[in-house]
Design a protein. Structure first.
Lengths: 231, 361
């Protein structure tokens, strides 16, 4: 087998342009992205991220009662606080050598299932979806918008949006039909979460060794009817 | 929209005193953005109701919140600068997260957002508060971090952080004469915050009097009552009937609930759509709306010292009342004895004398 020589494309003279985005919005947390971009060679020459807030959980949790840990670690994140709380109770259970009853495991799992439903839809349509909305695409990529207007959306009969542009319009913040429907869906999925874990984003009924939630027939009926709306 | 096509109520409504109000929101305190996420759950009113003009009488509302913003980076930061320069006036400043003590951060900083164009250095959150608070129509602290310090201000914290009123001063007033409005909660109860914003927008529109606040800066109609006063398990307390394990529907004070001494409407209002909450659904109240949170309630999982005294005092009375109510309850759970299918009437009905005579003739 003969060796081939890869001829490198001639490197154009390097001109670095500072491109910074701080803060990155529509995420939770304080993220900044700082880059130096070589547009001529289509290369991001340098890039670093910043997080401009320090709180110190690992410092101020020292010496605190470990049974309280899940109430504290929940506050690390305002969108997935319950995941932190849930994992903290797993750690507590291992540390204390206790095992929650099966019904408590079910209640936590149903709460977390509702959380996934909430989280995925608000993330996709209300946070990320805005990057693909009519307003954004028109402003940043007008040619894509023109193409979207004549591109038929697959499965239009199922969702009712004839073209890709129609979907983009529906994703416009607050005025978009899809955006607003997602807010509505994010609410009843959070209601499902609250049925199991009391509050969103920082749950109230999780404890080491089990949950405080009272498992009644009504509780599961209320959860089920909301779940059926999602399907 | 043409006036002819507008709903009748919209036509008859007095136009707002100002046409546009901006809400400039800083999430760059020491927080988790959980209050911004929480308010997207609100329905009374919802954020889209307020932003889209669904509520008659309100000015046009322009929301600038980093978690929901269309813009990124400098395009978003421009609203902070415009507010500082008086270009978007009036505006309500919302602060989320506790305020770090930058006297202690040396050459560095604890919290910042945006970059100073001249120095290339981050602009501290405290700097933004200093720039924007004097220009704001009203300043609202959202969540317990911004109101009183909260979790990040607990004992042993390295940042020396505090609430907004600790930073600006408890006597601070906006240029419109409005004190700092505190809406605590960890996170804030969604409707509590949106309703407070709605009230302030009515104030801006000239349609409402000064917002009523208590000594801790909280709207009185939301925070005057205790958790216990709104808790559907309060009657178990009255009967000295206490939960000894998780999953019980009884009063939770023995498991660590602080409800009797905490100002919060969540058990009454629910978390959202009337659902969820804390002690009403089996979660101990850890006092997350309070200035003393979290330290004065820790360890959360221990019975509050005060409730040991009150719950033992109520023990004798509660047990007696519960026994007596048990007897009465058993009685009222039985139907009156005259409801039967036997061939006689035992209801106590007596035929009128006149009817008896007529039948005899």
């Amino acid at each position: 087998m003969s060796t081939t020589t890869v001829t490198q494309a001639p490197v154009k003279p390097r001109t670095l342009v500072d491109m910074n985005w701080d803060p990155i919005t529509r995420i939770v947390g304080s993220l900044g992205i700082y880059t130096k971009i070589d547009f001529a060679n289509r290369e991001v020459a340098e890039c670093y991220s910043t997080s401009s807030i320090f709180r110190g959980y690992s410092i101020f949790m020292k010496g605190k009662d470990p049974r309280d840990a899940h109430f504290i670690t929940s506050r690390i994140c305002g969108i997935c606080g319950d995941n932190h709380a849930t994992c903290a109770t797993y750690a507590q259970n291992m540390a204390f050598g206790v095992r929650p009853p099966a019904i408590a495991e079910w209640i936590v799992n149903l709460g977390e299932a509702a959380e996934y439903m909430f989280d995925h839809n608000i993330f996709q349509d209300n946070l990320v979806g805005v990057d693909f909305c009519e307003q954004m695409v028109k402003e940043t990529n007008p040619s894509v918008w023109e193409k979207a207007k004549t591109t038929e959306a697959p499965h239009a009969a199922d969702h009712g949006y004839r073209t890709i542009a129609d979907i983009m319009t529906a994703l416009n913040p607050f005025s978009g039909e899809f955006y607003r429907e997602t807010l509505h869906v994010s609410r009843y999925t959070r209601e499902m979460f609250c049925l199991m874990e009391g509050r969103h984003v920082h749950p109230s009924t999780l404890y080491p060794g089990g949950v405080g939630t009272v498992p009644t027939i009504q509780l599961f009926t209320d959860y089920l009817v909301r779940l059926m709306r999602y399907c | 929209m043409a006036a002819a096509n507008a709903p009748y109520g919209r036509v008859t409504q007095r136009p707002p005193a100002v046409k546009d109000v901006h809400i400039v929101w800083i999430t760059a305190g020491l927080g988790c953005d959980g209050d911004s996420v929480s308010i997207t759950a609100a329905t009374q009113p919802s954020v889209e109701d307020v932003v889209m003009g669904a509520i008659p009488g309100l000015p046009n509302v322009h929301l600038h919140n980093p978690v929901l913003a269309y813009e990124v980076g400098d395009d978003f930061m421009k609203y902070y600068y415009q507010a500082e320069q008086g270009l978007i006036d009036p505006f309500v400043l919302v602060v989320e997260g506790s305020i770090p003590n930058e006297n202690l951060s040396g050459d560095g900083y604890w919290a910042a957002v945006g970059t100073d164009a001249l120095s290339g250095q981050p602009i501290k959150t405290t700097e933004w508060i200093d720039r924007l608070a004097p220009k704001a129509l009203a300043v609202v602290a959202i969540g317990t971090c911004a109101t009183y310090g909260g979790i990040h201000a607990m004992e042993g914290n390295p940042t020396g952080c505090m609430g907004l009123a600790d930073y600006l001063g408890w006597d601070w007033k906006s240029k419109a004469g409005i004190p700092i409005v505190n809406v605590p909660g960890c996170p804030v109860q969604p409707d509590n915050f949106m309703e407070t914003v709605l009230y302030l927008l009515y104030v801006a529109a000239g349609l409402a009097p000064m917002i009523p606040l208590d000594e801790a800066g909280r709207p009185t109609w939301l925070f005057a009552k205790t958790v216990h006063e709104g808790c559907d398990r309060g009657s178990y307390y009255e009967e000295a009937d206490f939960a000894g394990e998780y999953g019980s529907p009884k009063c939770l004070v023995k498991l660590g609930c602080w409800g009797p001494v905490v100002n919060c409407n969540v058990p009454k209002r629910g978390w959202m759509a009337g659902l969820g909450g804390c002690p009403n659904v089996g979660g101990i109240c850890i006092g997350c709306t309070m200035p003393g949170f979290p330290d004065k309630f820790m360890p959360f999982m221990d019975e509050p010292p005060g409730s040991k005294i009150s719950s033992s005092m109520i023990g004798v009375y509660g047990a007696a009342v519960r026994a007596l109510r048990g007897i009465t309850n058993a009685t009222v759970n039985k139907e009156p004895k005259w409801r039967h299918n036997r061939p006689e009437l035992t209801t106590g009905y007596k035929a009128a004398p006149l009817q008896v005579k007529e039948r005899a003739s």
